[in-house]
Design a protein around this ligand. Structure first.
Ligand code: PSV
Ligand code: MN
Length: 388
């Protein structure tokens, strides 16, 4: 039996963190398409994130990327977020867009470059202090393009050294999450290519280091929900970067390409207790909106995550457990599929209305006229974009 009141309570309290860069212009290496009304600075990005929260009630946290969100006064930026009903979430370091990092950042063969990269990571911890953020997200583009280009083991040693220095700098209530990615921009070897590598480094670092699972960062066909189940069991799942993909790191809207996969992931989250705020798993979006309007795309993504979560919560776990114990393969599979095939939109509409929100946040945003307003008022200046 599924307790609907408990499902509703879990849905009401789910927090989805949105990325500041999701509101800026983005594209592929072929073309970045500018859109009217796109934010010109981090303050306007926060205003856009506030729109997503105002309509969904589920996105009170915004994640920053440094230096894309560099400002004079981080305390003022955090206060601005507070004024808009938001708080600053994870600080994402960026050691992949400087000429010095051509051969790597913290794993670069030259100690000068390694020092510069590690200093940037330490600067990100300073920004955490100034904004009240309690998590540092690390993704390294470091790797090699050709066999023999560098010593793979030495690169792991350099990585471990930098991570150790950053971990030691974290405050009591701060932690780091280490994101992995199979390939790109490096094409032969990547220094943190998979969850196992991230997990091993996090184990060495200590309990405040956890793994970040970006759903677009695996080989095709990878069973991501297994990784999630394993990490949760070890209490090493720190965060998600949700997005979806057809081919590689496509960064499409979460749940757009494969809603069934998102459901399977969220089922393992529910099963492993990952929705419990005490576990502190961050549910973040990390995606780019190249051809679609940004704020409604983020709203759509939040709704997709909520729908997958609702379906996962609706799994009749008693029936599932019984079928599993009895070895009844078909009944077990049916218990999952029954939940997946449930139309949860009416349930979510009810939850939202009970919380004083519109039943359909996507429609409510489009009807609000906000998109036209920002297109008319945000003129002049330099639009924010990937890499700016
Ligand atoms: C890398 O592909 C990544 O997923 C990391 O999280 C970056 O910080 C992010 O994308 C933003 O480009
Ligand atoms: Mn990511």
């Amino acid at each position: 039996m599924v307790e609907i009141a408990a499902v509703k309570a879990a849905l009401s309290s789910q927090v989805i963190e949105t990325p500041s860069w999701g509101y800026g212009n983005s594209g592929t290496r072929f073309k970045v398409f500018a859109q009217p009304g796109v934010p010109r600075d981090p303050y306007e990005k926060i205003q856009d994130a506030a729109q997503v929260h105002a309509h969904t009630g589920a996105a009170p946290v915004v994640s920053l990327h440094i230096p894309w969100d560099r400002v004079e006064d981080y305390g003022a930026l955090a206060a601005h977020a507070g004024d808009h009903g938001l708080r600053i979430g994870m600080i994402n370091a960026n050691v992949f867009q400087d000429d010095d990092y051509k051969l790597g950042s913290v794993t670069h063969p030259d100690p000068r470059v390694r020092r510069k990269a590690t200093d940037h990571l330490l600067e990100c911890v300073d920004i955490m202090d100034a904004t009240g953020s309690d998590a540092l997200k690390l993704w390294f583009s470091d790797g090699t393009n050709y066999p023999g280009q560098d010593d793979l083991t030495a690169r792991q040693d350099r990585l471990a050294e930098a991570l150790g220095e950053v971990y030691a700098r974290l405050g009591e209530r701060q932690r780091l999450v280490l994101e992995y990615k199979l390939f790109e921009p490096a094409f032969y070897s990547t220094d943190v290519p998979d969850w196992g590598t991230s997990y091993a480094h996090c184990l060495t670092l200590g309990e405040r280091a956890k793994v970040c699972v970006d759903t677009g960062h695996h080989a095709p066909g990878t069973n991501i929900e297994f990784i999630v189940a394993f990490l949760l069991r070890q209490d090493k799942l720190g965060a998600f970067d949700f997005n979806s993909r057809f081919y590689a790191d496509d960064d499409l809207m979460a749940g757009a390409a494969d809603p069934f996969q998102l459901f399977r992931i969220m089922y393992e989250v529910v099963r492993g207790g990952g929705l419990d705020p005490a576990r502190d798993v961050r549910f973040m979006l990390d995606q780019c909106h190249n051809i679609e309007a940004k704020i409604p795309a983020v709203i759509r993504s939040v709704m997709n995550v909520q729908e997958a979560t609702a379906k996962a919560l609706l799994v009749d776990r008693d029936a599932l457990g019984r079928a599993q114990r009895e070895g009844d393969v078909l009944a077990a599979n049916a218990a999952l599929m029954d939940a997946y095939n449930t139309d949860v939109r009416p349930l979510l509409a009810e939850v939202r209305q009970e919380n004083g929100l519109a039943a359909d946040p996507f429609r409510a945003y489009l009807d609000s006229g906000h998109q036209d307003e920002i297109a008319a008022t945000r003129v002049g200046g330099q639009q924010a974009g990937w890499g700016a």
